[in-house]
Design a protein around this ligand. Structure first.
Ligand SMILES: Cc1cc2nc3c(=O)[nH]c(=O)nc-3n(C[C@H](O)[C@H](O)[C@H](O)COP(=O)(O)OP(=O)(O)OC[C@H]3O[C@@H](n4cnc5c(N)ncnc54)[C@H](O)[C@@H]3O)c2cc1C
Length: 484
């Protein structure tokens, strides 16, 4: 039995069913995909969460298990430019998909910027490849698993103990370049100062592997996982919020949803880990009780606008980032002094620039995301103030009026993450990736108190992001098989 049909639950379902298990997935909501769900209105199709298809090699490896390729399910397009950055008061920079052109670009910002980027990317590539080989595709059940020979020998070279901001500062002095190399850390729910330099591997992923888009939208990936589940006879039941279990000794025997009880030999939870531990289990069976979560650094939530615009907007590319000059202030407002960011950096996605199927002809599909602390008062009044503030800023940024052309609009923020996904404190991403919340230190794939209870998805190792959620399921499905 699997609880939750997010990327983690669907991938675990398909993998376990392929191994011969009889799998049922119970999903609280009316559609699959979890945070990668979709919202459709008046001809606009919005991916509700993820929009960057990164690490294509990891997707390929996953589909290969089923004798497939991602392209057998959806057409992948490499975006060029990969994305556009609006630097506050300092113009626009497009990041080309060809990294050699990016090196040329870096030279225009800083003396020897090209050579420095070459060195930086060499290091970043080393980190990515070593991590995939030794760290990412494996489980950590104990300290012994973590402190293995390869890790001890490679540890210093992996820059586990440096922070990303310091590490980048050793190569570059120009502020804009530092930002280009560290913006993606927000995707991991952290800031450059609280994330290990190991994650500089994101730049190799970004510049060398490129930014991809599945035509039809990210939800095509979800549909492909559902198709793999169906092929292996996984049963998926929607509108089935799980509310608890029945136990015999230290084993779950039944999963409860409303008045129904489903018999289960083993349970894999994909629902938010904190919710599942503290709300579905009695205290004596909680490996991670409330006091554990209270001490953790919770990844930011988000203020999101889904907008259907009745015309095209010329200044935008598919992916766009607006980066404030003093972005430190925004990180402070997320991690240290929770408040609605006064001068936020934010992200604008316009998939209709690439994909005609996500908006009616001549119109624009916009997804705007501002990272915010999950510790804020999210009410109608604050939402309205913030919505007006961001839209006014965006109009000025791109020099085009569009507020009067909004045809479809939805705001999604902290409270929605809580109610729709049972997300802990309304976080968008779960647990941040600081050192003490990575690898061995993330919540375990297996309960220490209930013998047949496992976990997959973004709270577990390797962590946040669609590709690594697929890896989490690969780890857990192998673990289940070896535990049998
Ligand atoms: C706004 C946003 C933007 C992102 N951008 C990117 C990106 O560009 N690229 C990228 O790779 N990643 C991105 N991510 C991260 C990525 O989307 C997530 O890491 C990943 O989708 C998490 O998948 P999951 O299966 O762990 O969890 P979820 O998607 O949360 O799935 C868990 C499922 O469990 C269900 N559930 C909860 N409680 C119950 C219950 N009681 N009973 C039954 N079911 C239950 C939920 O409804 C949900 O369907 C983004 C995330 C967000 C929120």
């Amino acid at each position: 039995m699997i609880i939750g049909a997010g990327i983690g639950g669907l991938s675990a379902g398909a993998l376990l069913a392929k191994k011969g298990y009889n799998v049922t997935i119970l999903e609280k909501n009316s559609q699959p995909g979890g945070r990668a769900g979709v919202w459709k209105k008046n001809g606009f199709v919005f991916d509700m969460g993820p929009s960057w298809y990164l690490m294509p090699d990891v997707f390929e490896k996953f589909f290969k298990i089923f004798g497939e390729k991602p392209e057998n399910f959806f057409k992948l397009k490499k975006l060029d430019p990969s994305y556009r950055i609006f630097f506050e008061g300092e113009g626009i920079t497009d990041i080309p998909s060809d990294y050699r052109k990016t090196m040329e670009l870096f030279k225009t910002f800083e003396e020897n910027g090209d050579k420095k980027l070459g060195l930086y990317l060499k290091q970043s590539e080393f980190l990515y490849k070593e991590s995939l080989k030794h760290f990412i595709y494996r489980d950590y059940r104990s300290f012994k698993d973590f402190f293995r020979k390869e890790i001890i020998l490679n540890g210093p070279k992996m820059h586990i103990f440096d922070n990303l901001a310091k590490f980048i500062g050793r190569y570059f002095s120009e502020d804009k370049l530092k930002k280009i190399l560290s913006y993606s850390i927000v995707f991991l729910g952290g800031s450059p100062k609280n994330t290990p330099a190991l994650y500089s591997m994101m730049s190799y992923i970004d510049f060398k592997m490129g930014v991809w888009y599945p035509m039809g939208g990210i939800n095509e990936l979800v549909s492909s996982l559902v198709a793999l589940c169906k092929r292996h006879n996984v049963k998926i039941y929607y509108n089935q919020p799980v509310s608890g279990y029945k136990f015999s000794d230290k084993k779950i025997t039944h999963v409860k949803s409303g008045k129904k009880e489903y018999g289960a030999d083993l349970v894999v939870v994909n629902a938010d880990y904190a919710f599942a531990e503290t709300k579905l289990l009695p205290e004596k069976f909680q490996t991670y009780p409330e006091k554990y979560w209270n001490k953790k650094t919770i990844a930011p939530s988000a203020f999101i606008l889904y907008l259907g615009i009745g015309k095209k907007l010329k200044k935008l590319k598919h992916h766009n980032l607006f980066l404030e000059k003093n972005w430190e202030e925004h990180f402070e407002e997320i991690f240290n002094k929770p408040s609605w960011p006064a001068n936020p950096s934010y992200y604008i996605c316009a998939p209709s620039k690439t994909d005609p199927s996500v908006a009616p002809a001549g119109k624009e599909n916009l997804f705007i995301l501002v990272p915010v602390s999950s510790n804020l008062k999210d009410n109608v009044k604050n939402r309205k103030i913030y919505r007006d503030k961001i839209l006014k800023h965006l109009e000025e940024l791109i020099g085009e009026k569009f507020i009067d052309d909004i045809e479809v609009e939805r705001i999604f923020s902290i409270n929605d993450f809580s109610t729709l996904y049972n997300s802990y404190k309304g976080t968008a991403l779960g647990l941040s990736h600081m050192l003490m919340q990575s690898a061995l230190f993330r919540p375990s794939h297996k309960s220490k108190k209930v013998n047949n209870l496992y976990y997959t998805g973004q709270y577990t190792h390797p962590g946040i992001g669609m590709p690594v959620c697929l890896i989490s399921s690969q780890i857990v499905s192998e673990m289940i098989e070896s535990d049998e």
